[in-house]
Design a binder for this molecule. Structure first.
Ligand SMILES: *Cc1c(COP(=O)(O)O)cnc(C)c1O
Length: 339
């Protein structure tokens, strides 16, 4: 293992030794290629640069106490990348090739998978971009799939500690029938202003509402939203949120714990009635929310009275991370080893 200060890694780019690439040209995908360069060369008229023909994924590799390296639900990432690619009329990489590429990039950079017990992980970033030259608006005929990996610490600096978030009423991340359900860079471009406003006001992130009526909760920046009350796990149903794999796991784990699970519209005012609320995603894992501030309506909703994560969120967090790091049996078959 590399000699890196695993405990203090930020969630940021970190140079590792190898990345893996694959090109689509003349109507077919080539072989996976290993590269040591951090740069790509592409045509200045590439569709990803001008018309945002870009989709990505995000997942982590976890080192267990047994030193084995685990990947988590990568078949779900593969399926989602296919969905996103189709949504932007892009050639998708065959899912078995996607999974090979992930295993390959992790194996090649295995010395960068952080030590067990530090909370750090190897973040894996697959990317698919249109690289063919076009000036008219149309899908590219050529694509580059690439995947790199960086050791990272928690996305929200303090890890499993409550954060404050701000409801955003002046900006939308995604339109009701737009690209919100696809993992595309364009949604993030649309979110930068509101994220900046949230940061400037001391909030960890933004809570987006449905763009049509501004009545229902959508999601929390790069993470899905959930609320807990009356032994029920509640998460928004919406046509503009990204279907989080972490959220999917939490609905299963909540059901395993004997909780009810509801996926439905969640009106903003319902925040009043929740016992716990949180944000979830690969990067955020579970981030408990202490306060939701609705500045424009001069209202706020408070949770975590003693400044500690609630018992259900804590339980879900422990269940999820103990499966990911191999401390608990993987009874749903979510883990893939990198040997
Ligand atoms: C990636 C992402 C999430 C989290 O999804 P996971 O599969 O749990 O990592 C949530 N919201 C948005 C907008 C995302 O891009």
């Amino acid at each position: 293992m590399k000699n890196i200060d695993w405990q203090h890694l930020p969630f940021n780019y970190f140079k590792t030794d190898y990345n893996v690439r694959c090109y689509y040209k003349d109507g077919k995908w080539g072989d996976l290629e290993v590269s040591t360069s951090e740069f790509i060369e592409m045509h200045m008229a590439a569709t990803c640069l001008h018309y945002g023909q870009e989709v990505f994924e995000g997942m982590k590799a976890y080192r267990g106490k047994d030193d084995r390296i685990r990947l988590f639900r990568i078949d779900e990432n593969a399926k989602r990348m296919t969905r996103s690619a189709k949504g932007l009329l892009m050639q998708n990489l065959p899912e078995d090739k996607f999974i090979d590429a992930i295993k390959r990039v992790v194996k090649l950079n295995e010395e960068y998978v952080p030590a067990y017990g530090t909370g750090a992980t190897l973040y894996i970033r697959p990317l698919l971009i249109g690289v063919g030259a076009e000036v008219g608006v149309r899908p590219s005929k050529e694509y580059l799939f690439l995947i790199f990996a960086c050791p990272v610490g928690p996305y929200f600096r303090d890890g499993f500690k409550p954060v404050d978030i701000m409801i955003c009423r002046d900006h939308d991340r995604a339109a009701p029938l737009g690209t919100g359900t696809y993992k595309v860079g364009g949604n993030y471009a649309a979110s930068l202003t509101s994220l900046q406003i949230a940061h400037d006001n001391g909030f960890a992130t933004t809570l987006y509402l449905d763009a049509r009526e501004k009545k229902y909760i959508d999601e929390a920046g790069p993470a899905n939203f959930f609320g807990i009350k009356n032994n029920t796990y509640i998460t928004p149903e919406s046509t503009s949120i990204l279907p989080s794999i972490t959220n999917l796991c939490l609905t299963q784990l909540a059901a395993d714990m004997g909780m009810k699970v509801e996926r439905r519209h969640v009106p903003v005012e319902e925040l009043e009635t929740f016992e716990e609320v949180g944000a979830c995603g690969t990067a955020a894992v579970i981030t408990p929310i202490r306060k939701v501030v609705d500045i424009d309506n001069n209202r706020f909703y408070e949770f975590c009275k003693d400044n500690k994560p609630g018992p259900v969120s804590t339980n879900l967090y422990n269940q999820l991370t103990s499966i990911q790091f191999g401390d608990q049996p993987d009874k749903h078959n979510w883990v893939t080893f990198v040997e």
